[in-house]
Design a protein around this ligand. Structure first.
Ligand code: NAP
Length: 244
């Protein structure tokens, strides 16, 4: 049976590249983001490959709208097998320098918006009796990264939420997958001075789509070298971490 996947933040970056990956694999797609024109262009591009493509404008900080959009996409596609909570922002915001609004928006999108998406997905999966929730976190969840305190906090928070969901759904036909990318080439990180072990969006999202299809619990992306680097990152003293 043709599988279906809903992606938040699908207008560009990893979300759009993931849509291309799943379209090439013949999935039905539900693509959401704020920029409808970009979604519409992506839909036109993918119509030949994907089994079906529906698009819906969705700002994940409009928490009340999230459930309605996910239910509506499920109705259009005859259910959803996979929901990917991908929408995210990463704005450099050093602490104590007047960036509170940026920080609050980061938490609203990356943590509260991602939880709103996950809650709506889980409700749907329990109605359907199946489903896979995929959360996109980050290696930045491991430590508080200089200039990105709210970003690290949002990703660490979402990661812990996903772990709790995995405990709660242990005996249910629901899979919970967390993917924690390192540096994948998108607008999100193009302005950064350093992007170690950078991979292209095409390569990064091929790895992500493969991991999602294998229904893994947790992986860094790409797994090599980040699985090893993460162990080192966890142990770094502040005197070194502060220079990264
Ligand atoms: N690229 C990396 O190396 C990397 C590393 C670690 C983690 N990640 C995570 O991967 C995810 C995707 O990042 P990316 O690199 O693809 O970033 P990106 O190129 O900046 O794209 C971000 C996407 O999120 C959407 N978005 C932003 N705010 C939104 C909101 N309020 N409601 C709904 N959608 C919203 C944007 O669409 P609209 O503007 O149209 O709404 C866009 O489609 C994020 O969660 C990010 O933290 C990325």
């Amino acid at each position: 049976m043709t599988k279906s996947v809903l992606i938040t933040g699908a207008s560009r970056g990893l979300g759009a590249a993931l849509a291309r990956q799943f379209a090439a694999r013949g999935y039905k797609l539900a693509l959401t983001a704020r920029r409808s024109a970009d979604l519409d262009a992506l839909r036109q591009e993918l119509l030949d490959q994907a089994a079906e493509v529906c698009i819906e404008a969705l700002d994940v900080t409009n928490f009340d709208a999230v459930t309605a959009v996910i239910q509506d996409c499920a109705r259009q596609l005859g259910g959803l097998d996979i929901v990917i909570a991908n929408a995210g922002v990463a704005i450099s915001a050093p602490s104590g320098k007047g960036h509170f609004e940026h920080m609050r928006n980061t938490i609203d999108v990356n943590l509260t918006g991602a939880i709103a998406t996950s809650e709506a997905a889980l409700e749907l999966f329990r109605q359907q009796g199946r489903g896979q929730l995929v959360g996109i976190t980050s290696v930045a969840a491991l430590r508080g990264m200089r200039g990105h305190g709210a970003y690290s906090a949002s990703k660490a928070g979402f990661s812990k939420y996903l772990e709790a969901v995995r405990c709660e759904t242990f005996n249910e036909p629901i899979v919970v997958t967390e993917l924690a990318p390192g540096y994948i080439d998108t607008d999100l990180n193009r302005a950064m001075d350093s992007r170690p072990f950078l991979v292209s969006a095409e390569k990064g999202t091929k790895i992500m789509a493969d991991l999602i299809e294998r229904q893994v619990g947790f992986r860094y992306v790409p797994p090599w070298p980040w699985t090893l680097v993460a162990q080192v990152l966890k142990l770094l003293p502040i005197s070194i971490l502060r220079k990264m």
